[in-house]
Design a protein around this ligand. Structure first.
Ligand SMILES: Nc1nc2c(ncn2[C@@H]2O[C@H](COP(=O)(O)OP(=O)(O)OP(=O)(O)O)[C@@H](O)[C@H]2O)c(=O)[nH]1
Length: 823
């Protein structure tokens, strides 16, 4: 069993060289197109394209088939004529060599040669089947059929050749029954023609046999009684014996080759009338395959239909190639467009590539059936256009995205520029962007299409407007919010400042400030709304919103600053300003001669009068209404505090400032706590010795001077009271450890206190009754004490307490009492 193959071997006997020096071109590899298992070789298409290089031949090629009994020198003849390399039987073995159908071509000419397996190569039943199939196949595609036979076979009507011819006639009628179908040329090559019997005689014999076969044929009605010549042209060639008369054989072969290959040669065999409407050479493999499959399945071999089908198949194939070519060439810009980029030359690129792909299609497909070619061309155009349309739509989306991006940038730069003609300026930007979009869209269109970018243009226009509107809204919102903040800040500061200096006319000042602050921001907003071409209603709404915010900011701050605590704080400040500071703003040091009560009452009265200014925002509603064209202010919104609350605040204020009055009074008492004149005289008399001692001693004098200056300073600064308090506190602290110590010695504090009181009452009695005998103590009373008249709270503590002396302080007292007496 031999598998389908491409055989590159040279013929066993090698290319022959003719006697006259004409040498056939070197052989080409041959292909077993149908193997001995009757399988069609799948490599045929590749062999036609690459081995035989016939794809570009179009219709410019011929097909020749060779029939004949087994081992009648068919392969030898073909190799001799065309330089092919068909296998030739080894003379020593005499075995059949050709199985199935082999295909080859001469290098020099676009001629496909089919070497068909010889008759009688198989069992009878199988032979008939195979012979019929190969005959059908060969006659379907070959224009010229060579019937190879030995001279001695002529006239053997019952021989193998006659069966073969009957089959040939039969299938030919089946294939080409219709009137006007191409004829087939049958060339009878009579081998080993010795010349004893003239060729004409052999021809007549053969003709008689052929006529008989024809007449005996069961012909279809369409053929009727039509003669054999209506379907076949017949030619008869005698070839001398290859071995006995080689030169004559060569000469005859050379002549025959000329008749096959050279159109100018008389008796040229490949006449146009024999063309079987074969497809272009590139479609031949598919055509041959389909025909063989039809033959195998014993279906009617309707060649015109097959040719039509082939045309469709091939046109589809060629169109697919054209589309692939388009895809490859378009890959670069397709990738870019699908990646979201804009390809500026897209329309032109698509047009050029499409034209190129159609040219590719035309070059091959135009050889096929015109209607099929045209129909498939239209389909190809539609497919390419659809492919381009996808890109076009994507390109439009990319352009739309770019347009919006450009517009956003334009918008930002124009917003930043804050031009007064913003709206017109923005319109210009919008027009510019849309024009650029339209221009690029037009350039992206494929020529000769009615594609429109209007829909996406409308969408872009809408998006741009939405973008602009949103940007305007955002900007206006920012403007209003900023204005609200600025107004609130300025108003807050103004309110605090004015309420800190609460006075008559305060609200008028506040209203003036409010108008100034609000007007500035309202004008700015109005200006922006005009620039942005904001509709009247929207602009009014924004104005009203800002007015409302401004008014609320004012009210909020005023209410915040008129809480009870804040008002009381302010009233106290105002009171202190009036009471504790003089007209020059210098803190007062109250002196005994000062009229504290009068100053207090005056300051209180003046400050209480301010409370009346805080109850209501004292602005006329008409004035407010005139200013706020779009805002209605209720009367109630001006009222801050009720009368009851104001009274309450007055009361709380009065209580609050009482401490200031008390402090003032206390500071005067501290200052007036000075020695009475008699005490000064007594001290001067009693202390004269000490005075002279101080004056005579520099150390004492300087110490005295320092202490005196310090005392004067404290007095001048009104700090005596403070120092006194500090001294008392220090004394208490110092007393604590002494007390502890005393308790430790068992002396109860109550006893000490009691005895101190007793001593004090004795001293008091002494002062009231005056001094008695110098020796006051002789009456048996335990002690005596003296004090200056005037009740100065000095106590003689030289009191015997049990068996102890109370304090060291008693010594100086005694000395003080003793010294003046001595003088
Ligand atoms: N007598 C004679 N023998 C020839 C001639 N040509 C070829 N032969 C011989 O015939 C034998 C068969 O030759 P092939 O060319 O193989 O014949 P074939 O018809 O192709 O054989 P199959 O393909 O097997 O059917 C070979 O031994 C050839 O040498 C010829 O012109 N005269």
């Amino acid at each position: 069993m031999t598998s389908p193959e491409v055989n590159g071997a040279a013929p066993a006997n090698g290319p022959s060289t003719s006697a006259n020096g004409q040498t056939p071109a070197p052989s080409l590899p041959q292909l077993q197109v149908i193997d001995d298992n009757q399988q069609f070789n799948a490599a045929t298409s590749d062999a036609i394209a690459n081995t035989f290089r016939l794809s570009e031949a179009g219709f410019d090629y011929n097909v020749l088939a060779v029939f004949g009994s087994q081992s009648t020198g068919k392969s030898t003849l073909l190799n001799k004529l065309f330089g092919t390399g068909f296998a030739v039987m080894d003379s020593a073995q005499r075995r059949q060599t050709t199985k199935g159908i082999w295909l080859s071509r001469p290098v020099s000419h676009p001629l496909l040669i089919m070497d068909v397996e010889g008759a009688d190569g198989r069992e009878r039943g199988e032979q008939q089947d195979f012979e019929r199939r190969t005959a059908l196949f060969s006659l379907a595609v070959a224009e010229v059929v060579v019937v190879n036979m030995w001279e001695h076979q002529v006239g053997l009507y019952q021989g193998a050749n006659m069966g073969l011819l009957k089959t040939v006639f039969d299938v030919n009628v089946q294939l080409f029954a219709a009137r006007g179908s191409p004829k087939t040329l049958l060339v009878f090559v009579i081998r080993d023609h010795l010349g004893v019997t003239p060729l004409d005689a052999l021809k007549r014999t053969l003709m008689d046999d052929l006529e008989r076969i024809w007449e005996g044929l069961n012909k279809p009605p369409a053929v009727g009684e039509a003669p054999l010549e209506e379907f076949f042209d017949l030619d008869f060639i005698g070839l001398p014996h290859k071995y006995n008369a080689p030169e004559a054989f060569d000469t005859a072969c050379d002549n025959l080759r000329q008749r096959f290959l050279e159109p100018s040669t008389p008796g040229f065999l490949f006449k146009k009338t024999y063309h079987k409407k074969l497809p272009p050479a590139d479609g031949f493999p598919h055509y041959a395959k389909v025909i063989w499959e039809k033959i195998l399945t014993a279906k009617d071999l309707d060649l015109p239909t097959q040719q039509q089908l082939l045309a469709q198949y091939r046109c589809d194939e060629i169109a697919a190639t054209a589309r692939k070519e388009f895809g490859e060439k378009a890959a670069d810009w397709t990738g870019k467009v699908e990646g979201g980029k804009v390809v500026e030359t897209l329309g032109k690129d698509m047009g050029v590539t499409k034209t190129g792909s159609l040219a590719t299609y035309d070059a091959s497909a135009s050889r096929y059936h015109p209607s099929v070619y045209q129909r498939k061309r239209l389909e190809l155009v539609d497919a390419l256009d659809a492919q381009c349309k996808v890109l076009y739509v994507k390109q439009l989306q990319n352009l739309a995205k770019r347009a919006l991006q450009q517009f956003k940038q334009e918008l930002q730069s124009r917003l930043a520029a804050a031009r007064s003609d913003f709206s017109e300026n923005l319109k210009e930007a919008e027009n510019g962007v849309l024009e650029a979009f339209e221009k690029s869209s037009e350039a992206s269109k494929l020529a000769e299409t009615d594609w429109s970018h209007e829909d996406i243009l409308s969408a872009v226009r809408e998006d741009i407007r939405e973008l602009a509107d949103n940007a305007k809204k955002d900007e206006l919102e920012r403007t209003v919010t900023g204005a609200e903040k600025r107004i609130a800040n300025e108003i807050s500061e103004t309110v605090i400042s004015l309420l800190n200096k609460v006075k008559d006319g305060m609200w008028a000042d506040l209203w003036q400030a409010f108008r100034r602050i609000s007007s500035t921001e309202l004008e700015k907003l109005d200006q922006k709304a005009t620039n942005f071409d904001v509709p009247h209603d929207e602009a009014k709404a924004l104005q009203a919103r800002l007015q409302n915010s401004a008014w609320e900011a004012l009210r909020y701050k005023v209410l915040e600053e008129t809480s009870d605590a804040r008002i009381l704080q302010r009233l106290r400040q105002q009171f202190e300003l009036r009471f504790r500071y003089d007209a020059k703003g210098i803190p007062r040091v109250w002196k005994p001669e000062d009229d504290i009560d009068g100053a207090y009452e005056k300051a209180k009265h003046e400050t209480e009068g301010l409370v009346d200014f805080l109850g209501r925002i004292d602005i006329s509603l008409e004035e407010v209404a005139a200013f706020f064209s779009d805002l209605t202010i209720e009367e109630s919104s001006l009222q801050l505090l009720s009368l009851a609350r104001l009274d309450d605040i007055r009361e709380r204020f009065a209580r609050d400032i009482e401490t200031l009055y008390t402090d003032a009074k206390r500071s005067v008492i501290n200052m007036t706590a000075v020695l009475p004149p008699w005490a000064v005289i007594a001290m001067a008399v009693l202390g004269w010795n000490e005075f002279t001692t101080v004056l005579s001693s520099p150390a004492y004098f300087i110490s005295f001077l320092v202490v005196g200056l310090l005392g004067w300073f404290l007095y001048s600064a009104g700090l005596l009271g403070t120092v006194q308090n500090m001294a008392v506190a220090a004394g208490k602290q110092a007393w604590k450890p002494v007390q502890t110590q005393l308790e430790a010695t068992g002396l109860e504090m109550s006893v000490i206190t009691e005895r101190a009181k007793s001593a004090a009452s004795i001293a008091k009695k002494f002062l009231e009754e005056g001094p008695g005998e110098e020796d006051g103590g002789s009456d048996g009373k335990s002690s005596s004490g003296k004090v200056s008249p005037g009740g100065w709270d000095t106590v003689d503590t030289t009191t015997s307490v049990g068996n102890r002396t109370a304090s060291a302080g008693s010594t100086s007292f005694k000395a003080g009492m003793t010294e003046p007496v001595k003088r």
